[in-house]
Ligand binder design. Structure first.
Ligand code: HEM
Length: 495
């Protein structure tokens, strides 16, 4: 028998991590696996043994498969012990990364486990979703804290699939008022900017999974895989205790979730635009159908690696132009990063991160951006001097920088060598004043640079928001209506 490492033993005792040692049998069903008595390191604790998926004697038959409605693939249905769960949760309750099922077990054939190293409950052998993990001393298994869909929650979540009856202009503006009330109730700038930015980001993540080449095009259908790492942070915008969802549940659940999300983002953009000049009301159409299943949608969402991601999502899959793509990315003026591996604001501070204006472009051209975390997966750009991890870092992603600078050729550079610190020292000193290259005329990405320059509103400092607002309106309209053929304008009255 393997020796138990003290740290592992302590973890096992507190977190129900159980060893399967080397006893994982081949060609056995999950039930046989249970009977074969996989060794547990906490065998002295009867209660814990009962919660062990592999020794659990609770019958796996007689499950009430009809109790859960809604999307069982996105959250775990309790009555079926999360056995239908097909989301992207891949970390266990003790913080271990799941191992790929094919590498550690051949016990569950035909259970659809070959889609990755995710939490699952094949054959309902466990009480809930779990997976195999490895701590350096052996293969063990551990439960995952996949969000559970209670029956009640699922009914609430579902809302209506399509907006019934009609959607009047006054109702649409009521959403503006309600979002403003929530916004005003948030007491600090950081939380407020995340609330505002988070709503806009949620809609962007909804529409960025559109792929015109696929039969299941997806797009703005009110469906996100909330447990995917790419959507990290969005559960603080859409959850049972989140003000936005509570607003929907209490007042707007007759609208489809997909329509409500877009109308809410429009409200944020209106409320935060300069002099409320950006009212997307005329670019709003309703009638989107909410989908409860969008498996694989996160695979279509871009990473922040660089412009190949921007081209993939906006130009190739969504069929937009560079002008559209650059205008949409201007929304990064709102909110902040913190839930992903990036942190900071695109805007100069947390107050400006609550204003929807062209400052993203002013920042992009004006600051001395230098790479942060070069050579790591978290690599991005910052301009703040001193410690880049200070409490208020500034941020651009590769996908932002690449709109203007040819960072594919080299990231060992600084974006603006003409910016100086108060003491006269160049802000680009760390990079030997090496100016980042811009695209040549023959490079198609020069279109992105030209668009970004247009959205500056003029060649010198100015507050002309018009070019950006116009371009954003068109791009937002395309993005939120992509692939939707039966949408209708708001009406003044309901017949
Ligand atoms: C290539 C495409 C994109 C990439 C790679 C990207 C990446 C990111 C990342 C990494 C974050 C930080 C998340 C966090 O750490 O909390 C973020 C935040 C944000 N994104 Fe994007 N994004 C893209 C497109 C868009 C689009 C099209 C919009 C809207 C039109 C948008 C709006 C936002 C907003 C408003 C935030 C701030 C969210 C908050 O305050 O919680 N993004 N984005």
């Amino acid at each position: 028998m393997k020796r138990t490492h003290p740290i592992t033993a302590a973890l096992a005792a507190t977190c129900s991590i159980l060893s399967i040692a080397s006893a994982e049998p081949d060609n056995e069903s999950g039930t046989t696996l249970i009977r074969r008595g996989i060794h547990s390191r906490i065998t002295s604790n009867d209660d814990r043994r009962r919660s062990n998926p592999l020794t659990d004697s609770t019958p796996t038959r007689n499950l009430q498969t009809t109790t859960c409605t809604g999307n069982k693939m996105m959250c775990g249905c309790t009555s079926t012990r999360q056995s239908e769960y097909r989301g992207r949760f891949s970390v266990t309750q003790s913080g271990f990364k799941c191992k790929s099922w094919s590498h550690v077990s051949s016990s569950y054939p035909d259970q659809g486990l070959d889609d990755g190293a995710y939490c699952r409950n094949p054959n309902s052998v466990g009480e809930r979703a779990w997976c195999f993990v490895e701590d350096g001393y052996g293969v063990m298994w551990d439960y995952c804290n996949v969000a559970e869909c209670t029956v009640e929650q699922e009914y609430v979540d579902a809302g209506t699939t399509t907006t019934d009856g009609c959607f009047t202009t006054s109702r649409y503006y009521e959403i503006y008022n309600d979002i403003e009330t929530i916004k005003n109730s948030i007491g600090n700038d950081v939380d407020r900017s995340h609330f505002l930015g988070g709503i806009v980001r949620m809609v962007a993540h909804d529409f960025m999974d559109y792929d015109m080449a696929e039969s299941n095009t997806m797009g703005a259908d009110g469906c996100l895989l909330f447990d995917s790492p790419k959507n990290a942070g969005l559960t603080s915008i859409w959850c049972d205790s989140c003000p936005l969802k509570q607003l929907y549940d209490s007042k707007y659940s007759d609208l489809s979730r997909a329509d409500f999300w877009v109308a809410s983002a429009n409200a944020v953009i209106y409320l935060t635009s300069v002099n409320n000049a950006l009212d997307l009301r005329n670019a709003f159409l309703w009638g989107r159908e909410t989908t409860d299943s969008c498996f694989g949608s996160d695979d279509r969402l871009p990473t922040s690696a660089g412009c190949q991601e921007v081209e993939g999502v906006f130009l190739q899959r969504m069929g937009l132009t560079w002008k559209d793509a650059v205008a949409l990315l201007g929304a990064h003026t709102l909110g902040r990063a913190g839930f992903s591996s990036h942190h900071g604001t695109w805007a100069a501070n947390d107050v400006e991160a609550q204003i929807f204006d062209k400052s993203y472009f002013d920042e992009l051209f004006g600051r001395a951006w230098t790479p942060r975390g070069l050579g790591t997966d978290q690599q991005d750009w910052t301009w703040i001097s001193g410690n880049p991890n200070n409490s208020s870092p500034k941020l651009m992603l590769n996908t932002d920088m690449c709109l203007v600078y040819d960072i594919d050729s080299s990231k060992q550079c600084c974006s603006n060598t003409r910016v100086f610190k108060p003491n006269g020292q160049s802000r680009c000193d760390n990079y030997s004043n090496r100016q980042c290259r811009m695209y040549s005329r023959s490079n198609s990405r020069i279109e992105a640079t030209a668009a970004a320059a247009t959205y500056l509103g003029g060649t010198s400092a100015n507050s002309n928001q018009t070019p950006f607002y116009r371009a954003f309106t068109l791009a937002w309209y395309k993005a939120t209506t992509n692939g939707q053929y039966n949408l209708k304008p708001l009406s003044d009255t309901c017949q």
